[in-house]
Write a protein that binds this ligand. Sequence first.
Ligand SMILES: NC(=O)C1=CN([C@@H]2O[C@H](COP(=O)(O)OP(=O)(O)OC[C@H]3O[C@@H](n4cnc5c(N)ncnc54)[C@H](O)[C@@H]3O)[C@@H](O)[C@H]2O)[C@@H](O)CC1
Ligand SMILES: Nc1ncnc2c1ncn2[C@@H]1O[C@H](COP(=O)(O)OP(=O)(O)O)[C@@H](O)[C@H]1O
Length: 272
Amino acid sequence: MSTFSEWTPADAGRHIRVPVADDDKYSRGVLGVVTGSAEYPGAAVLGVEAALHTGLGMLRYLGPARASDFVLQRRPETVTAPGRVQAWLLGSGQDAAVRDPETASRLDVALHQGLPTVIDAGALDLVERSGGPTIVTPHFGELARIVDASKEQVAANPAAWAVRGAEALGVTVLLKGHSTYVAAPDGTRIVAASAPAWLATAGAGDALGGILGALVATHGDDIAADSGALARLGATASVIHGLAAKRASAGGPFTIVDLIRAVPATIADLLR
Ligand SMILES: NC(=O)C1=CN([C@@H]2O[C@H](COP(=O)(O)OP(=O)(O)OC[C@H]3O[C@@H](n4cnc5c(N)ncnc54)[C@H](O)[C@@H]3O)[C@@H](O)[C@H]2O)[C@@H](O)CC1
Ligand SMILES: Nc1ncnc2c1ncn2[C@@H]1O[C@H](COP(=O)(O)OP(=O)(O)O)[C@@H](O)[C@H]1O
């Protein structure tokens, strides 16, 4: 069995890009987002909110109209016009079985650009079309479908199945759960375990996708230079997510909006 090293808050702090005086909104990193659907517009709102709270230069949201309206109401700083991006976040809040043609075409265009890409939920079936460095973010049920195992088998040994997933798909796998296992095809193996079990609530994965999307968009050079970079950014996203959950929780229940609100202070702590 491969050894997974534990990702610490200090490790995470070293993988957050701090803007410098010369930066502008483009040099900081632009994230393109195709998430949400008429059925699940909330997932789009949560992912966009989480990405903006993690920090990036610009976010272009290019999902379906109903979701776009909710995103703009909540976050008017979101840009909904197409244009250049440095990375993509795809699939949260989408169901592969009922993809509308416009969303299908936007996913296709994104996947063929060869850019760093985060693939979640309803876009997981498209991973083979992804031309750039790719990280997928399945939960146990989703990974089970991908590797043709049962959910119980994955739950019994998530570390081994994360590795199997990375080998089978040839991309970095971030397997979500109480502990989050990240395995890359180059042999990078990381586990992050900072989350309280209160985090097991709908929308938590959508927020993780947004945090990771922002980290990926702001680390384009690192990803191009190093095949393990996506795994380290995945683990960093998971640590930020888990610590923000702890901060929002204070030992009790919390909502995902509370978690997202806690992200900026969590990042500030990690940078100290
Ligand atoms: N506010 C929203 O709009 C929300 C939208 N969501 C979206 O809803 C869609 C369906 O997602 P689901 O995950 O519910 O459905 P799926 O159809 O992907 O998964 C359901 C199956 O996977 C298992 N499963 C689900 N989550 C699991 C976990 N964390 N660990 C182990 N097994 C798990 C279930 O037992 C079931 O067998 C996704 O596109 C997702 O992004 C959810 O994220 C919830 C919030
Ligand atoms: N028992 C648990 N303890 C801590 N974190 C958990 C637990 N169960 C799930 N999580 C976290 O919650 C999130 C759930 O993701 P996902 O299943 O995709 O949710 P959703 O689709 O509802 O957004 C993941 O980040 C996962 O790591």
